[in-house]
Design a protein around this ligand. Sequence first.
Ligand SMILES: [Fe+2]
Length: 312
Amino acid sequence: MDRALTQDFRFDPDDHAGYRRWRAHKLRNRIKDVSELIVEIEDLEHPTEAELAALAARIRRVNLAVYATPAPDVDKAVLRRFAHRFGLGRLDRNLCADEDAITTLSVSRTGRKGDYIPYTNRRLNWHTDGYYNPPGREIRAILMHCVQPAARGGESHLLDHELVYLRMRDENPEWVRALMAPDAMTIPANTVAGRVIRGAVTGPVFRVEPDGSLHMRYSARQRNVLWKEDPRVQEAVAWLADWWREDDPWIYHFRLMPGQGILCNNVLHARSAFEDDPAAGRMRKLYRARFHDRIRLPAGAVEEDVEHAVVE
Ligand SMILES: [Fe+2]
């Protein structure tokens, strides 16, 4: 396989030859086993070149990787510097972020945060982050670090959005094209006590970035998402919803342990419900940083994924 050719593919619905080459390469490099996603990082403050390359190789293949460090309770500044090693510097400032724009995710018992599902212990439906952000504020990468898992539950489910593109294009290329329409998906305005705190946002589901990478904007929520009244959009959305009902082998399931973290190009994800146990001091606590940048893969990671390719 000529890598240069596969890298030329820019998710163009009309590029059939490019798609076939990219598809073959993508499937051959797919990581099947969750355990293969995990990279041990001895010191998050001083990751070695080999550790960085191992993470990059996984991200190149499936847009995500999991690191495991021996020190769960890191300083958020360390996370920022670690993210910076991957070209991630432009943090998104969402409504509930802490002062430093890295959000502490834990169950909120008082105040406004409790109105938003990420700050509760309820199940979190399939989505990509920032699907409600206006154009220009897309979330392209996420770093999620686990300080402490919940007493029970809180399993993460992740799926490479490029694989969703692939399977949808195989199923019906017209669905992919329909979801690329600039008016495919609308998130109505967020109004609190009669005041609009975020206007309505309309945009595509699949969008090709200027660098040729694929960005996905999606939420499986039934409420607060208005899908375009186009039969192809409606069919594509129904087909995706079917996917979430099954235990698809392409979906990764794992429960972040203390010191583990996810680094990803804002892939599709969901989370199961969880329970804290305050009496035992077992309260789920995660740090989450969302970036407008896409992960920049350090040089040296290019060939590794080919040499160690998993043969389909
Ligand atoms: Fe999320």
